[in-house]
Design a protein around this ligand. Structure first.
Ligand SMILES: Cc1cc2nc3c(=O)[nH]c(=O)nc-3n(C[C@H](O)[C@H](O)[C@H](O)COP(=O)(O)OP(=O)(O)OC[C@H]3O[C@@H](n4cnc5c(N)ncnc54)[C@H](O)[C@@H]3O)c2cc1C
Length: 412
């Protein structure tokens, strides 16, 4: 094999790329992280799950996050009209973290990327990957640099953490259509949110809109609140006007969000993302692997994106470090199957959310506290916990529970 400029080139400095870089640096791997944007940059995906705390701690980045004074998130509240299902992460079946944070991603991503760079990892911002050629057991990566000059860097391995950029899925024809219908999201940050007191203040609200959408409300410690709507495009066509008027009309027509956001003022014009669900044919090849949103993205309803991004970034880095040490690794078993176990558990919950099983369970008049603790652990991101039947047999368990809950509702 020819000598290369670096061992690993990571595309993208978001959560997947930063966590992978932190882990690889610890393994003594020569690294380059190339990032298209200049940080801080806006990206959606602001509500973390408690399991991210384990991942940040594992790679030594928790301290950098704790210094940022982000809003403590202690749970998630699902609402439909006057029905409420209030999860508190203190009530999990497992021994997972009891809290996490609500984070403006511009600050969060910069904090963790800077902490990794401070350990000596080379981050190049404003560098866009334009092409990747694999030959002779290495990769030649073409970069568009900020000065307009193209440069090629060679690497033994490319880890694609490019998120919505989906660099290798596009270049290597790995894209696969998602099994989900096209959904759309309209979102912004607002001021004027009248928040609940104390421990309830930092919880995310997920409000079911009566006409077939859901709204997130994510409070930040800087006084701003992230507000967004998710629905199929047909829903939005019922609310004409500019995005700001549209978002306001939707929020004001859901009673729970309307009550706390009646005086909301937008901080920036609402943005729209359409068709965010995506998938890939495979997660790895001889000289590359995909992590985070460059793999599969399901849906934002359970705030799983950053957790899956960090877990996959960490896992890919661990497998790669072992490979570089000369150990035999099986990317299918050690990486792809492991990552997909978590993705597929969340898939069961996303399916159950949209086919009404989960709302039937969450808004049932009577709920079994032990089962709700197991579901709470899943919603905290512990989707690799094989001791939880709501992980290992999620489809079956949710299906049965919905039947029982639906039966009870009818009887009542
Ligand atoms: C509407 C909506 C709401 C969401 N809400 C949540 C939530 O509340 N909680 C949650 O956990 N997740 C949420 N998500 C998901 C979350 O946004 C992603 O899962 C998460 O950002 C993925 O992290 P990542 O590191 O894989 O990618 P990203 O955070 O997207 O980072 C990828 C980086 O790669 C860079 N890049 C792209 N192309 C190139 C290139 N050619 N060259 C160099 N660099 C490149 C980008 O600039 C970017 O900085 C939401 C998603 C949507 C659509």
């Amino acid at each position: 094999m020819k000598p290369t400029d670096v061992d690993v080139l990571i595309i993208g400095a978001g959560p997947a790329g930063a966590v992978a870089a932190a882990q690889l640096q610890r393994g003594g791997v020569k690294l380059l992280v190339v990032e298209k944007n200049i940080f801080p940059r806006f990206v959606i995906g602001e509500s973390l799950l408690p399991h991210t705390m384990d991942l940040l701690k594992d790679v030594g980045l928790l301290e950098a996050v704790e210094k940022c004074d982000f809003m403590k998130k202690t749970g998630a509240v699902f609402m439909r009209g006057n029905q409420v299902c209030n999860f508190d992460f203190a009530n999990q079946s497992g021994a997972g973290w009891r809290y996490t944070y609500q984070v403006p991603r511009a600050e969060f991503d910069k904090a963790i990327a800077d902490a990794v760079a401070a350990r000596g990892v080379d981050f190049r911002y404003g560098h866009t990957v334009a092409a990747v050629n694999f030959s002779d057991g290495s990769a030649a990566v073409t970069l568009d640099q900020p000065d307009g000059i193209r440069r090629t860097v060679t690497a033994r391995f490319v880890l694609d953490c490019s998120g919505y950029g989906r660099v290798l899925p596009r270049l290597l024809d790995l894209e696969e259509p998602s099994s989900y219908p096209v959904r759309e999201s309209l979102f912004t940050h607002v001021t004027g949110d009248v928040r609940p007191p104390e421990r309830e203040q930092g919880k995310i609200w997920i409000c079911v809109h009566p006409a077939g959408a859901w709204i997130w409300v994510i409070p930040f410690s800087n006084g701003r609140t992230s507000v967004g709507v998710v629905a199929e495009p047909e829903f939005f066509s019922r609310y004409p006007g500019e995005p700001e008027a549209q978002l306001r009309a939707i929020v004001m027509s859901e009673p729970n969000a309307a009550a706390r956001l009646a005086d909301m003022q937008t901080v920036f014009p609402p943005q729209r993302i359409k068709g965010f669900a995506c998938s890939v044919k495979k997660l790895y090849g001889p000289q590359y692997a995909l992590a985070g949103n460059a793999t599969e993205f399901l849906d934002p309803v359970f705030s799983s994106g950053v957790t899956l991004a960090m877990e996959s970034g960490l896992r890919a880095a661990q497998v790669l470090t072992r490979q570089f040490k000369g150990e035999t690794v099986d990317w299918q078993v050690d990486y792809a199957d492991y990552v997909m176990q978590g993705v597929n558990t969340f898939r069961s919950y996303v399916d159950a959310w949209y086919d009404e099983k989960l709302p039937t369970i969450l808004f049932a008049a009577q709920r079994n506290p032990d089962i709700m603790r197991q579901i709470c652990s899943v919603l905290a991101g512990y989707v690799w916990d094989k001791s939880n039947p709501y992980v290992t047999q999620a489809d079956r368990a949710l299906g049965l529970l919905a039947k029982i809950s639906g039966g009870r509702a009818q009887a009542a």
